[in-house]
Design a protein around this ligand. Structure first.
Ligand code: SF4
Ligand code: SF4
Length: 186
């Protein structure tokens, strides 16, 4: 990728998140604190470096990486960064781009199904609700059997409320989702 195209990825990230990845000096503190790093094919500090490079190879590696879907969004990396950068937001922006460009790796399709089910439930009810979330996730991911043995124990402990709770002002929630779909700043 040419230099101008290379800076396009960093520029896209800057516009989406306000983070200037050029500020990252590769100290590795984000990676050292990341609880998910051991399961990532590209660790957070490498993600920042690849966005800095931003050529075709770097962009392809990032957008089809498992790491951006393995990230749990815990913000530890963001908290630890001595440059006050926000690697978690950078990963969010990359995840969005990966989805828009149809580059989600097959190994992470269930994670994508979970994200979609989660948002659908929140859009409808205004909050997360375990049973609708689980039912929707199972239907859309094809992952019908994993964790089913946990359900009876969770029910006994009151962790699976049978009647989903909804917020009062669901219309407001619909407005928020509509604005997000249009890309409006809220
Ligand atoms: S902690 Fe900040 S400066 Fe250090 S590698 Fe991570 S993003 Fe870069
Ligand atoms: S937000 Fe993601 S990348 Fe950052 S520490 Fe948490 S899991 Fe790791």
């Amino acid at each position: 990728m040419s230099k101008s195209a290379a800076s396009k990825l960093a520029e896209h990230v800057r516009r989406a998140t306000g983070v200037d990845v050029a500020e990252c000096y590769q100290c590795g503190k984000c990676t050292a604190g990341c609880p998910m790093a051991r399961w990532m094919d590209v660790v957070p500090s490498q993600i920042m470096r690849l966005v800095q490079i931003g050529d075709d190879e770097a962009a392809a590696r990032l957008l089809s990486s498992a790491a951006i879907w393995v990230c749990a969004g815990c913000l530890t990396c963001t908290q630890r960064c001595p440059k006050k950068l926000d690697p978690a937001a950078v990963i969010d922006a990359l995840r969005e781009l990966s989805y828009q460009q149809g580059k989600v790796p097959a190994s992470q399709r269930k994670v994508l199904a979970f994200h979609k089910a989660f948002l659908k439930v929140v859009e409808k009810a205004g909050r997360m609700s375990e049973i609708p979330l689980t039912a929707l996730y199972k239907m859309t991911s094809g992952d019908l059997v994993s964790d089913v043995t946990l359900a009876p124990r969770m029910l006994v402990r009151g962790k699976l409320p049978l009647v989903p709770k909804v917020v009062r002002n669901r219309r407001q929630m619909k407005r928020i989702f509509a604005a997000c779909r249009k890309g409006d700043r809220l």
